[in-house]
Write a protein that binds this ligand. Structure first.
Ligand code: AMP
Length: 303
């Protein structure tokens, strides 16, 4: 499973990422954590990033993209990862898309934690107090002044990613103001609904390799195999046509309409529009579509 957690500072991305790590056995890749480690180790990147971070600005895109590119190649990321705090700009998102494409990896979902800005200062102050109580060093950027700049950065540079991923139909929005447990539950529900919570999703490349293994490659197919393939295609088309005709004869709306209706009820049930649209191709949507169709038939019978 490969996820992005999106949200302003203090929205609970780190907390939720840790919980998902335990639940799904994937790694949390937090660019903020990695940069803080680089600062502590005084590496060249750390030295460059230190003052930028302390002032609440964003570290240059090429630095963070480089860090992430190397990190997702590590063996512990093979089962998947949660990106926490990355991408933070549209350019980072575009470069991430390119990177994943090159590595033949796909992104399952982008979970946005939506929070009231007014609650964030209190949350960040709380985080600082907890660190102090544990005897840990308090983050230099967890102060009201720096937080104001980080929030402005989020609004100006990171929020456009909401549209970026909504356009890709990857965005799932969760109410981050709910208690921690409930936010985790909601994220898990969404991941199950899109089928990302189970076995590792196959990439296009992996699917192609699996197909090549189980069936002879198209160009090497024998004449008989080609004919059989064509026949299966024709049969499938015929079947679909017959199905449509049958629905029409019974006065039922076409399957597409039913699926649309199911997506609408999914939205009503609290799922986001993009999730509803995505699940329109999944098993659960087909189930909902069936349910919706049954309901519709009953209604018609009554009328
Ligand atoms: P975070 O722990 O995610 O709040 O990040 C702390 C700081 O690290 C940010 O305020 C930025 O200065 C820097 N940083 C973390 N991730 C990124 C990123 N993806 N792009 C640019 N700067 C980042």
């Amino acid at each position: 499973m490969r996820l992005i957690l999106l949200g302003p500072p203090g929205s609970g991305k780190g907390t939720q990422a840790q919980r998902l790590v335990q639940r799904y056995g994937i790694v949390q890749l937090s660019t903020g954590e990695m940069l803080r480690a680089a600062v502590a180790a005084q590496t060249p990147i750390g030295l460059e990033a230190k003052h930028i971070m302390e002032a609440g600005h964003l570290v240059p895109d090429e630095i963070v993209v480089g860090i992430i590119s190397d990190r997702i190649d590590e063996p512990d990321a093979v089962n998947g990862f949660i990106l926490d705090g990355f991408p933070r700009t549209v350019r980072q998102a575009e470069e991430l898309d390119e990177l994943l494409k090159q590595k033949r990896m796909t992104l399952d979902a982008v979970v946005e934690l939506k929070v009231n800005e007014s609650a964030l200062l209190a949350r960040v102050e709380n985080r600082a107090a907890e660190s102090r109580a544990r005897g840990e060093e308090v983050r230099a950027d967890d102060t009201p002044e720096v937080l104001t700049r980080r929030l402005a950065n989020y609004r100006g540079q990171t929020e456009p990613l909401i549209h970026y991923y909504a356009d890709q139909r990857k965005l799932m929005t969760v109410d981050g103001m709910m208690p921690i447990e409930e936010v985790t539950g909601e994220i898990q529900r969404i991941l199950s609904a899109i089928g990302a919570a189970g076995a590792k999703k196959e990439t296009k490349g992996e699917r192609k390799a699996a197909r090549a293994k189980s069936a002879p490659a198209k160009k090497h197919r024998t004449g008989a195999a080609k004919t059989a393939g064509k026949a299966t295609g024709r049969a499938a088309k015929k079947k679909a046509g017959a199905k449509r005709a049958k629905s029409a004869a019974k006065g039922r709306p076409p399957a597409k309409k039913v699926a649309k209706k199911a997506a609408k009820s999914a939205r009503k049930a609290g799922l986001t529009a993009s999730l509803a649209a995505r699940s329109g191709t999944g098993k659960s949507a087909r189930k909902s579509a069936k349910k919706a169709a049954k309901k519709a038939t009953k209604k018609r019978a009554k009328a």
